[in-house]
Design a binder for this molecule. Structure first.
Ligand SMILES: NC(=O)c1ccc[n+]([C@@H]2O[C@H](COP(=O)([O-])OP(=O)(O)OC[C@H]3O[C@@H](n4cnc5c(N)ncnc54)[C@H](O)[C@@H]3O)[C@@H](O)[C@H]2O)c1
Length: 329
């Protein structure tokens, strides 16, 4: 039987996958997950640092019934990459045929991963606080940039405040958005950035308490997205609602990890389960008096769905500019 796999590079992915695609995919995949149409075990982290490599990577498998795709996102963070001119986060996606396991494609995953990461707070904000006008982004790196690229498509923004420990990172971030219908403010202090903000996003490489609850106004939604601790204890402990894209994974990684380890929270503490809200299983109405803290830890399924979308588009365009590998050769 013929077995031909495509190797789809970064340039092709960029041509076939946009911010709007990512927003649509994240929303669809979260809803499908809430509807029970996706099999997705929790991701597994391989930490290479004890063996001398400054890096870790996650293996993120899923089967997405509505897409007809089974596969794996492999994504890691590599401490030495910036010095080499590479992004901190590197990703690839493997797509297989669900019924047979035949390899369909190996897809360059950086652009997909970055866009789907940016689409997450865009979809979550539209769901939890659709009238939000003021957004604060703490962490002006690759993922923070993508968050704004997607947020500006999903919300009607009046003001965006960017915070980062590095002034250069803030300046580069601002340069990435030269033409915009909202004010983009360089904030040297996180407190200044957070006060009176509707949506606060933490997306840094820090392992530190970056924000305090006194800076979070009633009605605000905080999205924590970095891989380690990003808020002071009171932000989680005094939140009116805790939420997550994936409850199981959120207890084991990211900002909520140490809260679960210290016994402050359990799965039952996380009430705003975004896939369940989208699937209509949990009612939700925005309450301007309440503060929500929501961890967007990231799932592998949106990347697989995005890679499959690119694969389908490449094939319907006659497989131009991609490698075709005969698996029987
Ligand atoms: N949740 C998800 O779905 C998801 C997906 C991909 C990456 N991530 C995580 O997002 C984080 C950022 O990744 P990236 O690719 O943007 O990295 P990056 O290196 O491009 O940017 C990180 C930024 O954080 C800033 N920073 C570090 N410490 C800080 C501090 N104490 N205060 C303020 N800013 C600080 C850095 O100066 C830098 O500008 C990482 O933890 C990564 O693992 C999450």
């Amino acid at each position: 039987m013929e077995e031909k796999a495509l190797i789809i590079g970064a340039g092709t992915v960029r041509r076939y996958f946009s911010e709007d695609d990512a927003i649509g995919i994240v929303e669809d995949v979260w809803r499908w997950y809430g509807e029970g149409k996706i099999a997705m075990p929790s991701k597994i982290t391989t930490d290479m640092s004890p063996l001398g490599v400054d890096g870790w990577f996650n293996s993120m498998p899923s089967y997405i019934q509505p897409c007809g795709a089974a596969g794996l996102k492999l994504v890691g963070g590599y401490g030495g990459n910036h010095a080499l001119g590479l992004p901190y986060i590197k990703a690839n996606v493997v797509i297989t045929e669900p019924a047979t396991g035949r390899l369909l494609a190996l897809v360059a995953g950086d652009h997909i991963s970055n866009l789907r990461t940016g689409a997450q707070p865009a979809v979550a904000a539209r769901l939890l606080h659709p009238q939000a006008h003021i957004v604060t982004i703490i962490g002006a790196g690759s993922q923070g940039t993508m968050c704004l690229a997607c947020m500006e498509k999903a919300l009607s923004l009046r003001e965006v405040r960017v915070c980062d420990i590095l002034p250069d990172a803030r300046a580069r971030f601002i340069d990435r958005f030269p033409e915009k219908p909202y004010r983009l403010i360089d904030c040297a202090s996180n407190e200044e950035g957070c006060r009176d903000s509707d949506i606060i996003i933490t997306i840094t490489t820090a392992d530190a308490p970056l924000i305090e609850m006194a800076w979070v106004k009633p009605g605000a939604v905080v999205f924590t997205m970095g891989s380690f601790t990003e808020v002071a204890d009171d932000v989680v402990l005094q939140a009116d609602f805790l939420g997550a894209d994936h409850v199981g994974q959120s207890l084991h990684r990211g900002n909520l990890k140490t809260f679960a380890e210290r016994g402050y929270i359990t799965a039952e503490s996380i009430k705003l389960v975004l896939p369940d809200i989208l699937a209509g299983k949990i009612p939700y109405t925005y309450d301007p008096g309440k503060r929500a803290v929501v961890q967007l830890v990231g799932m592998g399924a949106p990347d697989l769905a995005a890679a499959k979308l690119v694969y389908d588009r490449v094939r319907s365009d006659g497989c131009r500019d991609v490698g075709v590998f005969d698996m029987n050769a």
